[in-house]
Design a protein around this ligand. Structure first.
Ligand code: CMP
Length: 142
């Protein structure tokens, strides 16, 4: 295993429900440290660019409307095996299928309002991190 970085977004429903603190605590307990963070309300253009791979999917318009409906907390998380570890901590995309005690099981409202986004591979993580953060905004924790 090696130290990796992954992108995490705490989505509008989890911000609205005041679950930011609990989500960050969980990451810290699991040895994923914040290497960069920003609180933001995404523009339509920024959200569309981020989710560009889903552009042709039927849920795209609704996904963008949701992701721009309120503020989000964007973070670079750093730690051993960070990409896969975050995916385990988040649980399945659909909260109905998420394992007990995963973030989505605990804090999601629906498939769309599923509390958190996490990069699905190292390649995605590199693209997603550079989509939101300049190199000099990322502070290594290791
Ligand atoms: P996320 O990990 O942020 O990546 C794309 C998002 O699209 C996903 O989480 C879901 O919140 C949302 N979404 C909405 N409908 C679907 C669907 N049918 N399949 C997959 N993702 C969906």
């Amino acid at each position: 295993m090696s130290v990796e970085r992954t992108l995490c977004i705490i989505k509008p429903n989890a911000v609205e429900d005041c679950n930011i603190g609990k989500i960050i605590t969980r990451y810290e307990e699991e040895a994923l440290k914040i290497a960069a963070t920003r609180f933001a309300k995404l523009s339509k253009e920024k959200a569309e660019g981020f989710y560009i791979e889903h552009k042709s999917r039927p849920f795209f318009g609704s996904l963008i409307a949701f992701m721009t409906s309120g503020p989000v907390l964007i973070m670079v998380l750093e730690g051993e095996n960070a990409v896969e570890k975050n995916r385990e901590i988040m649980g399945a995309t659909n909260p109905a299928e998420a394992a007990e005690n995963t973030l989505r099981k605990l804090y999601a409202k629906s498939l769309e309002a599923n509390a958190v986004h996490g990069s699905d591979s190292l390649t995605s993580a590199e693209r997603e991190i550079s989509y939101f953060f300049e190199k000099n905004e990322i502070i290594s924790t290791h």
